[in-house]
Write a new protein. Sequence first.
Length: 459
Amino acid sequence: MATDLAPPTVAVSERGLLMRVLGFGWLTILVGAIAMAATYPGRTHGLGMVTEPLLKDLHLADADGRVFYSSLNFWGTLIGALFCLPVGWLFDRVDRRLILVGNLILLGLSVLWMSTVESWEALFAGLILTRGFGQSALSVVSITIVAKAFQPRQVGIAMAFYAILSAPFHLILIQAVGWALKDDRYDWRQVWGGIGVALMALSFTALLLFRSKPAQTSRDDIAIDEDRTGATIWQALATPAFWVVSLTISVWGMIYAGVALFNVDIFRERGFDQSLYFNVLSLVTIIALGSKLFFGWLVNYVSMTRLLAVCLLATAGSLVGLPFATEEWHAYVYGVGLGIASGAVALLFFAAWNKMYGKRDLGRIQGIAQMFTVFASALGPWIFSMSKRATTSYTFIFLLLAGIVLLMAIAAWFTPVPNFTEAGKRVPQDRDENVPIPAPEPRLATAIQTGEPAQYKIQ
């Protein structure tokens, strides 16, 4: 009798030890981290390593030429940000392995072609393509590969490992390119062309990814295809949380881009030498790694928007404090605050969209959010440089941005967090749990089969 009353179940198949280890998604995290490092030639610090020899080669090394190149780079970044939109749309419809392969090959070809430019027109086209396929599109692909592979309760810690693992790959690239360019061992065109070839070779890392397959269904059992649950792009855009999280993190990225580019000059204005700047930068890096792990665990227990508010408060405090710093320990306190905030903000940006909106349109949601951050990061250095020229100091822009960040923190604290992933709780929170799962209610089953998003919570 009890058997007759028991709900139908969807059994989770047993897996061997190897598949249980791989089932957490370590290979996915590894591939995502490598892909994020591969965005290097499309980012400012990557382009910056070949900027000087490039300018000399194209006769743009004088003051006017540098201003002209900065304008090309600025507009190339803004136009390249638009690449986030189509790649996000494709990611929600096409096998992730094909997207990764295509993106890496196109970026590699763009970098390879850029190594042959002889005119400013060709350089501008090269900047648009490397920024577009690198900083914009490949960033979306890298983050979404990992975000879409995990359950909401797993995605925080998975993204923490992803962010930490990408750091050594970035360092390896920087050291390798620096060695190649040092003492003119190789011409910048040879180095840049070699990077293009390496990027195309990295497309083989897509073979490490498993194809996502929807769970099997039978006459009596209905499986939940997780990639079809959650918010549509329009539902996500209709929530205040999307705009608060995406815009506040974008503004934070704008501030960080400006500070990072002019940090030496900012410290010099306070009477600090370059060695202190490097010490503080090392401190920021170390603390940011720990912050990613801590906030990756904390996102399962504290509201995403309130965590963001805390990060913004730490940022506001750092921005207010540095212009009045007179002692070395003041600079280290600034570094601690910035390190906590930078690690946490990066982690929240990686994990927020899956946790709030599910996987249905995650690629497009991530793409729009990434586009905003690219736009903002392009404006950061310009805003800081204009403020310094107008006021002869960075104090005004620091205090102004501190006030703006404080207002954003208040807005984030009171912003409700949507939960479009509730239907996904019908699947185990841990992939390795071997437990029966109640079959979905008829109303939910119909929504899943027809592809309609669930718009209500299941009690």
